[in-house]
Design a protein around this ligand. Structure first.
Ligand SMILES: [Zn+2]
Length: 457
């Protein structure tokens, strides 16, 4: 092993590199042979557990003791007693090879519906206590002892929001607004972070995740966080994130059905499906959650047939139906809205509004979005203006009821109206479906000048 004889590390400090430090243990970081070397070293643990006569964990026809992925090891057992016995086997195996386990990173998680840790859940590794925890992040997903993925969802929302920072500043630097660029940034950085493995854990938590998408589009459009979510979706043409989750879940289902009979994936699935029939708790079962979506969409036969070919034929129709249902739901919400009742008349269904594609300056696009939303709290030139949407405040210039749309009708703005919007009696009408791009700057200059006057700036 020539490369190992030459393995040194140096630390870069404020005063330059340290002297070389010889690497005496472990495998090289980033070296392609490292996983194979580690596997060769560790492989025997599987045989040792199998030969130990300790009861294995049964998944249909397969019996498992341990899951190995890269340098992650996960011992599985059906009872406390067998888990401790297996830990003893693993501890002996590793000690014989001079390997040490980092007990700070080694945890036990006991899955049970209550999610509580019992006083009997005590385990030791070579005499040292192994901590029993309620949540553990394995291969990037947080597993909870209750079997629910609520904590995972919260964690992915946090990660998704963190990923927004960089994308937002990149987007804002361009000064020109193009929704396609924004959506590409969102999909490649934020969505991929938020929906990591979501096809497995998220069927019940998509609503929670939607806030990540909402926050991103509200920020780039300079809209208040209380702006209704359906407004953002109807305006941008972005579907619910739950549609993406369903897409991922169907891909997962397809992968399971395409995997060989007796494979771990397939057998895990059949075990879960069987148990779900015996104990029908949707909250804890991916199978029941998926079935519920099929039943809602009238595709229950996909679940009953349980065949890869049949699923393949119906995957797109299922997604299309879900997309339509969610879109209809959004239009219905818009119709019932008290604050933006005009919306159903000005949006063109689930398609992106044209002005968002036109590479207009960002200040014009955000101004139009706000006019279309017609809220009385608006953002202009770096400042928020609150007209008091729900508290019936009076205009200080003319004494009439104040609102954002009142700017156009206020007697003190007659000259501005004559200058910028002489033929307009209704701002919303002006920015409705077929508004002219050349009106955008007039709308913007009218609003900016009227605000400047109103607030004596
Ligand atoms: Zn007025």
């Amino acid at each position: 092993m020539y490369i190992y004889r030459l393995a040194y590390a140096q630390v870069f400090t404020s005063e330059g590199f340290t002297d070389p430090i010889k690497i005496m243990k472990g495998v090289l970081q980033g070296e392609t042979a490292s996983p194979a070397l580690f596997n060769l070293f560790i492989e025997g643990i599987v045989a040792e557990l199998e030969e130990s006569n300790i009861h294995g964990f049964r998944l249909q026809t397969i019996i498992i003791h341990i899951l190995l992925y890269a340098d992650d090891m996960c011992i599985v057992a059906a009872t406390r007693e067998t888990l401790q016995l297996k830990i003893n086997v693993a501890a002996r195996f590793l000690a014989n090879r001079g390997l040490q386990v980092n007990l700070n990173k080694t945890k036990v998680i006991v899955f049970k519906r209550s999610g509580r840790i019992s006083k009997y859940d005590v385990f030791t590794w070579n005499g040292s206590k192994v901590e029993t925890v309620k949540n553990y992040t394995y291969l990037g997903v947080t597993f909870s002892s209750s079997g629910s993925f609520e904590v995972a969802a919260t964690e992915f929302v946090r990660k998704g929001k963190m990923a927004q920072g960089a994308s937002l500043s990149t987007f804002k630097q361009t000064k020109v607004f193009n929704i396609d660029v924004a959506s590409k940034l969102f999909d490649s950085i934020i969505k991929s972070t938020t929906l990591y493995a979501a096809g497995i854990w998220d069927l019940q938590h998509s609503n929670k995740l939607e806030c990540v998408q909402q926050q991103f589009y509200k920020r780039i459009l300079n809209l208040l966080s209380c702006t209704p979510n359906y407004f953002i979706r109807l305006e941008t043409g972005r579907p619910h994130l739950s549609l993406e989750v369903m897409k991922l879940s169907l891909l997962m289902y397809q992968r399971i059905l395409n995997s060989p009979t007796n494979s771990l994936l397939r057998e895990s699935y059949y075990s879960l499906r069987r148990i779900s029939n015996l104990y029908p708790y949707t909250k804890y079962s991916w199978c029941l959650q998926l079935r519920a979506v099929f039943v809602n969409l009238n595709f229950n036969n996909v679940w009953i047939k349980d065949s890869a070919n049949f699923l393949c034929l119906h995957r797109e129709p299922i997604l299309e139906k879900l997309r339509q249902e969610l879109g209809v739901g959004d239009m219905e919400l818009a119709r019932q809205s008290r604050s933006i009742p005009h919306l159903p008349n000005i949006v063109n269904g689930a398609k992106t509004e044209a002005y968002l594609h036109r590479n207009l300056p960002s200040y014009l696009v955000t101004c139009i979005a706000q006019v279309r939303l017609n809220y009385s709290i608006i953002f202009n030139k770096g400042t928020w203006y609150n007209f008091g949407m729900f508290d019936n405040r009076m205009c200080t210039s003319c004494g009439e009821l104040d609102s954002f749309s009142h700017l156009l009708h206020c007697s003190s703005n007659r000259d501005l109206k004559a200058k910028y919007l002489p033929n307009c009696d209704d701002l919303i009408g002006l920015v409705s479906a077929r508004f002219r791009i050349k009106d955008c700057s007039n709308i913007y200059y009218f609003i900016s000048s009227a605000l400047k006057r109103k607030y004596n700036l």
